[in-house]
Write a protein that binds this ligand. Structure first.
Ligand SMILES: Cc1cc2nc3c(=O)[nH]c(=O)nc-3n(C[C@H](O)[C@H](O)[C@H](O)COP(=O)(O)OP(=O)(O)OC[C@H]3O[C@@H](n4cnc5c(N)ncnc54)[C@H](O)[C@@H]3O)c2cc1C
Length: 325
């Protein structure tokens, strides 16, 4: 894709005051610490700024990449030529109204879960160790312990690809296991309204502590990673077990390609052991996917998303199928 002209960049800067950064090293901001340079990252501070940016992109026939904290993303070693909109700390307000909560998409999920605990609202305990933004969580319908944030959503505010501000009721968000309509409809989530149930503060606190202790024990903590690489397949889970156990059983723990390493703590995590490239991670994902399919007949799907230079995103196992033979 063509690089943006200096005039275009000046116009975009005016639509997103104080939020434009050029030539961003993705390996320094991404959770996996992988990726080349992004030409342009825009960090809007309001829904109106998001709408103005999307109207500009729509007029110019450009589709930007939308990112949160990149805790589920693998960036291309060649970087990102598509302009990128990052929803983060500049849009992170949280407001309470009884058991209803409205939060902006840039809110950091562990901080959000903590605020709910302080307010005596239960139901989001399972999210307390998920290190992304609320927007990323809603888009992925993320959660743990077989739960997803979708079950607490009343409505999601978003801006569509032509810059129209919209509100979708939960029933129109297509929530299913790690799925939502936002993965394909090009809308940028700006806020979510949710309902939680009153619960004693001490109970929430003790459940969250137990969850965090369990995660600290099981998951790699020091090396950069993107959480679970593969989604759990319910049929595979019931017949032979979760992805981590199956991958471990096949002897992948400790296997390495370049700087990408299957964690010795948890086999569904690939960590950056130093200088990993996207290519290394993709090759490891390909080897694991094929080995599990040969051994069990189940083809696992990656939860981690690969972001190409053009900003298009694919589940990381799909890229392997197309690129690596
Ligand atoms: C250590 C670790 C543990 C993890 N544990 C869990 C877990 O237990 N459960 C779980 O579900 N996930 C887990 N994850 C994965 C990840 O944290 C979640 O998927 C998280 O919700 C992604 O949020 P993010 O802001 O980082 O999104 P990103 O990774 O930046 O983006 C993910 C997707 O969301 C889209 N997106 C992001 N923000 C917006 C927005 N505002 N509007 C529209 N689309 C948007 C992106 O385009 C992309 O498609 C873990 C990750 C790590 C590193």
């Amino acid at each position: 894709m063509d690089r943006l002209s200096e005039t275009a960049i000046t116009e975009l800067g005016a639509l997103c005051p104080g939020g434009l950064e050029r030539n961003v090293d993705l390996s320094s901001i991404s959770a996996w610490r992988i990726g080349g340079r992004a030409d342009l990252v825009l960090r809007p501070s309001s829904t109106e700024e998001v709408a103005a940016l999307l109207r500009w992109f729509s007029r110019h026939g450009i589709r930007p990449a939308v990112i949160g904290l990149t805790t589920n993303m693998l960036f291309d070693d060649a970087g990102l030529r598509a302009p990128c909109i990052q929803i983060g700390g500049r849009m992170a307000q949280i407001a309470f109204d009884g058991s209803e909560v409205r939060a902006q998409a840039g809110a950091w999920v562990p901080g959000f879960a903590r605020k709910l605990m302080q307010a005596g609202l239960g139901g989001a305990e399972h999210t307390c160790g998920i290190p992304g933004t609320l927007g990323g969580l809603v888009c992925m319908n993320g959660g743990s312990q077989r739960k997803g944030i979708g079950s607490n959503i009343l409505a999601v505010d978003s801006v569509d690809s032509i810059g129209m501000i919209r509100r979708r009721e939960a029933a129109d968000c297509g929530f299913a296991y790690r799925r939502s309509v936002f993965q394909t409809n090009g809308e940028v989530i700006t806020a979510a309204s949710m309902r939680f149930a009153p619960r004693p503060h001490a109970e929430i606190r003790s459940e969250m502590r137990a969850i965090l202790a369990d995660r600290r024990r099981k998951f790699p903590r020091k090396q950069p990673n993107c959480g679970s690489v593969f989604k759990s397949n319910p049929v595979m889970y019931s017949k032979i077990g979760p992805p981590g156990a199956v991958i471990e059983h096949l002897g992948f723990k400790g296997q390495r390609i370049g700087g990408a390493l299957v964690s010795s703590r948890h086999a569904n995590f690939i960590v950056n052991a130093g200088g990993a490239r996207a290519r290394d991670v993709l090759e490891l994902i390909s080897r694991i996917t094929n080995a599990v399919e040969n051994a069990t007949g189940y083809r696992m799907e990656a939860e981690a998303l690969f972001v190409g230079v053009d900003g298009k995103m694919y589940p990381a196992d799909k890229v392997v199928l197309e690129v690596v033979k």
